[in-house]
Design a protein around this ligand. Structure first.
Ligand SMILES: O=C(O)CCC(=O)C(=O)O
Ligand SMILES: [Fe+2]
Length: 154
C-alpha cells in the first residue's frame, strides 16, 4: 500500500504530482480525497477521473496485461497538483505471489495473438523498477528486453 501526499504548489503548471507511468502491478485500487487530480491518457488526450469519495479507481497494471497476453491494456496515468488544496491518495497494489510465474494461459496465445512478453516473476519486475528503471511510459518494454538479455530466471 502507498499513501501519496501532494502539497499545494505555487506554480502547478510547471510540475506534476506523479509523472506519467503504468503501474507494474496486476491491479491497483486507488482512493483519492476530495481533490481529483488523477488523469488517464485516452487517444492522446489527458482526461481527469471524476471525483467520487465513495468509489475506488481500479487500474490495470502491466502484470495483468502480460497475464492476459495484451488483451487487457495497462493504463497510462499521472497525477497533477494545484496551488490551493493538498491532495491525498491511497493506492493498494495487488501482485502475484513471489514464486508464481506470470505466463498467459495457452488459450490466449494463438497465431493471431502471439506471445508479447516473456514469462517473469513479480520479484524480477519489482527489482527492475526499483534498481534499473523507474516506472514511466517505457518500463515494461525495457523490462521485457532486460529479462531476455539477462536470461533472468522466471
Ligand atoms: O495519486 C494518485 O492518484 C496516483 C498515484 C499513483 O499513480 C501510484 O501510486 O502509482
Ligand atoms: Fe500509478
Amino acid at each position: 500500500m502507498r499513501l501519496n501526499y501532494y502539497p499545494p504548489c505555487q506554480k502547478p503548471e510547471l510540475t506534476l504530482g506523479t509523472e506519467p507511468h503504468y503501474d507494474p502491478t496486476s491491479l491497483t485500487v486507488l482512493h483519492q480525497n476530495s481533490i481529483s487530480r488523477l488523469q488517464v491518457l485516452v487517444d492522446n488526450e489527458w482526461y481527469s477521473i471524476r471525483q467520487n469519495f465513495n468509489a475506488f479507481v481500479v487500474n490495470i497494471g502491466n502484470t495483468f496485461m502480460a497475464l492476459s497476453s495484451g488483451r487487457y491494456k495497462s493504463c497510462l496515468h499521472r497525477a497533477v497538483i494545484n496551488n490551493k488544496t493538498p491532495r491525498k491518495s491511497l493506492a493498494f497494489f495487488l501482485f502475484p505471489d513471489n514464486d508464481k510465474e506470470v505466463s498467459p494461459p495457452t488459450e490466449l496465445v494463438y497465431y493471431k495473438n502471439p506471445r508479447l512478453y516473456p514469462d517473469f516473476t513479480w520479484p524480477a519486475l519489482l527489482e527492475f523498477t526499483q534498481k534499473h528503471h523507474r516506472a514511466d511510459t517505457n518500463t515494461f518494454q525495457a523490462f521485457s528486453m532486460w529479462i531476455q538479455d539477462n536470461n533472468v530466471e522466471a
